[in-house]
Design a protein around this ligand. Structure first.
Ligand SMILES: C[S@@+](CC[C@H](N)C(=O)[O-])C[C@H]1O[C@@H](n2cnc3c(N)ncnc32)[C@H](O)[C@@H]1O
Ligand code: SF4
Length: 464
């Protein structure tokens, strides 16, 4: 690979101890959502708009296996804590059919630009927002177009998301998803306290609603069922959290995923300062213990726990992305796409409106807002940051992608994490230890590109 040269900001080096401390200080933003503040830290790699199509076509050349993510920006309500691209629910009805037309048009643009029919999907997620909000007919026509545009790898499992309310109230839609071929379904439970849910702007109908949702998911024939829970909210006690985990366990899902609240860019950004790192560390530990006791396992630091041996619990799309850094194309509002050296964000993530996305497609342009052509140090930082979803780095995948071992590439960070007992070898992986999990925000920062480390060292603690 002919990598782009790094900017001067990305050739700096900082003492690992300082970077580690800066990550800990900035624990609300030093996480897997990388890069941080891309408008500033990545500005030197910005691709001019006129070059988007040419750069994308060149970057995708030679990529045979890939993931596909399709974003559905509709929800029944907008939860205060949500970090995703969701449009004003009052306009859903006006937009839904039109939006699916646009998705199909965007796919058609890529079909032509990238000759997608020659490429193989190894993972395909429909996410949101709430994809289950959409009418089943719209999801079906999307799926038909995707099947017509790509080859599907044998055994590749497609995944979709729902809220408990939709799963409880619309069993026929959940059954239709299963019949279309979706094998994994993920449902956001988040919290199980009525008063906390209310403060978060989230509907919660009590445990009976969750039970009905679960029964409908099972009746539809889903055998790969995931529940999302969230911790780290201001006003959420450890006892509340324990209760949420226990209720989720009663539902008997195959997988449970724990999300620590990320405040950046959300309506709750001002609450971040009220949440101590020690509390969230304790919450993770409490959940870990309860889940392990119930037979759900995950390597240290991983957020998805599975009770199925040999199944990591995540969608194929996410697993391939995280472990192997498999390139993915994101379609829809605000969706992100990654090749080995380019990173692109679609229009709409900031404005949360569809019009700018629609205008690009109407003009026959791919609806990208920002595209970056990354040097190796930035691409590696993205790969490793995302790898921490699964608690560490697959060394072979790193070497295949970047042409050097992680040890050669990080000659200061890796000795630091080993000497301090933060990471350890586990087979061919370099994984977080329990001490590393407790100090995860410091560890992850050690692998960030220098421009992002400088941003943290300058104490980027303002979240918003
Ligand atoms: C796209 S949402 C999923 C599904 C569905 N709309 C729902 O809410 O049930 C994916 C998951 O991301 C998590 N999430 C949302 N906002 C978050 C935030 N600010 N920080 C961390 N996780 C978040 C939630 O657990 C949510 O279930
Ligand atoms: S958490 Fe789910 S339901 Fe709530 S706004 Fe975000 S995507 Fe929509």
């Amino acid at each position: 690979m002919n990598w782009k040269n790094p900017s001067p900001a990305d050739t700096a080096t900082f003492p690992p101890k300082d970077v580690f401390q800066a990550g800990l200080r900035n624990h609300h933003i030093a996480n897997t959502a990388y890069p941080i503040n891309h408008n500033v830290t990545m500005k030197d790699y910005r691709v001019p708009r006129a070059d988007f199509e040419r750069t994308a076509a060149a970057a995708w050349a030679g990529i045979g296996e890939m993931g596909l993510y399709v974003h559905i920006p509709f929800c029944q309500q907008r939860c205060n804590f949500c970090e995703y691209t969701v449009i004003n629910p009052a306009t859903n009805a006006e937009w839904e059919d039109r939006y699916f037309d646009l998705l199909l048009a965007e796919l058609a643009l890529y079909q032509k630009l990238l000759a997608t029919r020659r490429r193989t999907l190894v993972g395909f997620d429909v996410g949101g927002g709430t994809p289950a909000f959409a009418r089943a007919e719209n999801i079906a026509r999307l799926l038909d177009a995707v099947r017509d545009s790509f080859r599907f790898a044998p055994n590749m499992a497609m995944s979709i998301e729902t809220t408990p309310r939709i799963a409880a109230d619309q069993p026929e839609k959940i059954a239709a998803f299963r019949q279309m071929g979706f094998e994994r379904i993920s449902m956001g439970v988040q919290v199980t306290q009525l008063s906390l849910a209310k403060k978060l702007g989230r509907q919660y109908r009590g445990f009976s609603g969750l039970l009905r949702a679960m029964e409908n998911i099972r009746a539809a024939g889903f055998e790969r069922f995931n529940i999302d829970l969230m911790y780290g909210f201001a006003g959420q006690s450890v006892a509340d959290w324990r209760d949420s985990v226990e209720k989720a366990l009663e539902l008997g899902a195959e997988y449970i995923t724990l999300y620590r609240m990320r405040y950046k860019g959300t309506m709750l950004a001002a609450h971040a300062a009220q949440v101590e790192k020690e509390t969230v560390t304790r919450m993770y530990a409490v959940a870990h213990k309860l889940l392990n006791r119930a037979g759900y396992v995950a390597v240290p630091g991983k957020n998805t726990f599975s009770r199925i041996p040999g199944d990591d619990g995540c969608s194929d799309y996410l697993s391939r992305r995280v472990v192997h850094g498999t390139p993915y194309l994101g379609l829809g509002l605000g969706a992100q796409s990654l090749t080995h050296h380019t990173l692109a964000y679609n229009r709409g993530a900031a404005s949360k409106t569809i019009e700018p996305y629609e205008r690009a497609i109407a003009a026959g342009r791919i609806p990208v807002q920002d595209m970056y052509d990354m040097p190796r140090v930035v691409s590696a930082a993205k790969f490793v940051s995302v790898a921490f979803y699964f608690g560490g780095i697959n060394r072979r995948a790193f070497a295949e992608k970047f042409g050097v071992s992680p040890e050669e590439f990080y000659p200061r960070a890796i000795p630091f994490v080993l000497e301090n007992g933060l990471m350890a070898y586990r087979g061919d992986n370099l994984n977080l230890t329990p001490k590393g999990v407790e100090n995860y925000n410091g560890v992850i920062a050690l692998f960030y590109a220098p421009a992002v480390q400088a941003y943290l060292l300058g104490d980027a603690v303002k979240i918003g």
